[in-house]
Design a protein around this ligand. Structure first.
Ligand code: L3W
Ligand code: SF4
Length: 441
């Protein structure tokens, strides 16, 4: 059984409510933190090695230390709860079942950063969760953990929940800030990073829900103990939302030392693939990260097992590796068609592109059209090369990472599954009634 830090109390009935959460040690980390100096907490977070859990894996302590502190200018903490990455639903789980863990993490983090007004920007489609969060905020306030002069320390904190309106791009931190300010969620050019010029041009830290929740166990056990869990630069635990062709879809907390094989096949996690089907491929970090075929998923290029952590999943770079990303783990069995899957993703990115940059606005549309043509058996061999060319022209040439996120799945699908694209071109009639997986296994 892997180490549990975030979900250790998730099974307790009523843990969503203050009284039960408190009875099981809730807000003790906040009490401890409020007796420490903000610089001491920052040191603990740095020592813990915590990396951003939203997708980029940027060291949280380093991001916090970049926060500008001009005299007389308010600073803000903004929690990115715009969890919209296909395959990713771990933050939903945390907010729905453990809202006080997030609020306690926000209290500690806001105190450390000097934010007296902090925000949770939540995905519009999570329509039932803002009420849960707002109820928890009220409970915490009534108990003296939010509001004015918290626990007599002189520190004030208000937390506001802001709903998004259904745009994936608002999960990009600067688009999120635009939206929070009341404008259309168009990403800003970086630099300046939000840590210097963020919400209303004030220094702002934007962190994922899981990253902020992880601050609670870091304070509980200390940064050094947290860093002992996991391996290398993949410290602590990580939530994985597992879905697709597996027996036990759900949210799992892993300690990043287990192998991919163990995660897919053991009963503690995904419980294997239904109906005795073979594993074809996996997208381990949400739809934006490269798809990896089974042979490269279970072993690295050195023949080593592949582990569920930042370094091992990336082993071999984009040629053979992938990314931990947001931990949205999507499993495809032998019956699935990679062309169909890639087309679905291309449609998503095309729909969600904000349209500011030409390579992304036009390129995502072209990729979707070409993929649709190939999938329907109306493509030519040259279309596969054209698709390759378009994705290359998007990657690295856009304002925000959505362009890369649209390009990478296409690149990886062609790199690893070109035979499936060619099968669609060579079998126009079959393509209309069957997919590659069913026809070929
Ligand atoms: C100050 C510097 N701050 C970097 C900060 C920056 C940001 C963080 C990481 O994209 C990825 C994307 C998706 N001074 C700084 C600095 N920062 N240098 O560090 O920055 P960056 O640019 O590496 O990434 P990002 O813009 O945050 C996020 C991938 O995640 N992804 C997305 C998943 C989406 C969800 C969701 O829906 N919830 O998780 C999955 O893989 O493709 O590459 O805060 O400001 N010098
Ligand atoms: Fe908008 Fe796409 Fe450019 Fe991002 S890359 S700013 S989503 S057009």
């Amino acid at each position: 059984m892997g180490k549990k830090l975030l979900l250790k109390n998730a099974h307790i009935e009523g843990i969503r409510y203050f009284e039960t959460y408190r009875k099981h040690g809730g807000y003790e980390a906040a009490e401890k933190a409020l007796k420490m100096k903000p610089e001491e907490i920052l040191e603990e977070v740095k020592t813990s090695g915590l990396r951003g859990r939203g997708g980029a894996g940027f060291p949280t302590g380093m991001k916090w230390s970049f926060l500008a502190k001009p005299e007389g200018v308010p600073r803000h903490l903004v929690v990115n709860a715009d969890e919209s990455e296909p395959g990713t639903f771990k933050d939903r789980y945390l907010m729905e079942f453990l809202p006080h863990l997030l609020i306690e993490g926000m209290l500690i983090s806001s105190y450390t950063l000097g934010s007296n007004t902090s925000y949770i920007y939540i995905r519009g489609e999570y329509s039932w969760i803002p009420d849960i969060l707002e109820e928890a905020i009220e409970e915490a306030k009534a108990a003296g953990f939010l509001g004015k002069n918290i626990l007599g320390t002189g520190f004030d904190l208000e937390i506001y929940v802001q709903r998004g309106a259904g745009a994936y791009i608002c999960g990009e931190e600067t688009a999120l800030l635009e939206s929070l300010e009341g404008r259309r969620g168009n990403p800003r050019l970086k630099p300046p990073f939000p840590a210097v010029k963020g919400l209303w041009e004030r220094p702002t830290v934007v962190n994922n829900v899981e990253s902020i929740a992880a601050v609670v166990p870091i304070i509980e056990i200390g940064g050094a103990e947290y860093a002992k869990i996991g391996v290398g630069r993949s410290t602590g635990t990580k939530l994985i939302s597992a879905c697709g062709n597996i027996n036990k879809p759900g949210v799992y907390e892993i300690d990043m030392t287990i192998t991919v094989e163990e995660f897919i096949y053991s009963d503690e996690y995904c419980g294997g693939i239904p109906n005795g089907k073979k594993l074809k491929a996996c997208i381990p970090g949400g739809s934006s990260v490269p798809i990896v075929p089974a042979n490269l998923l279970l072993k690295t290029i050195n023949g080593e097992p592949r582990y569920m952590n930042y370094e091992s999943l990336a082993d071999g770079g984009f040629a053979t590796g992938t990314m931990m990303g947001s931990g949205g783990f999507i499993v495809l069995d032998e019956d699935q068609c990679v062309v169909n899957h890639t087309m679905t993703l291309a449609r998503f990115y095309n729909h969600e592109s904000c349209g500011q940059c030409t390579p992304c606005r036009e390129g995502t549309g072209w990729m979707y059209k070409i993929l649709k043509k190939i999938e329907k058996g109306e493509g030519k061999m040259e279309d596969i090369d054209l698709l390759w060319d378009i994705q290359r022209k998007i990657e690295g040439n856009t304002i925000c990472p959505l362009g890369d996120a649209a390009a990478w799945p296409v690149a990886a699908a062609i790199r690893h599954f070109r035979d499936e694209f060619e099968w669609h071109v060579n079998n126009p009639e079959l393509s209309q009634t069957q997919n590659y997986g069913i026809a070929n296994y």
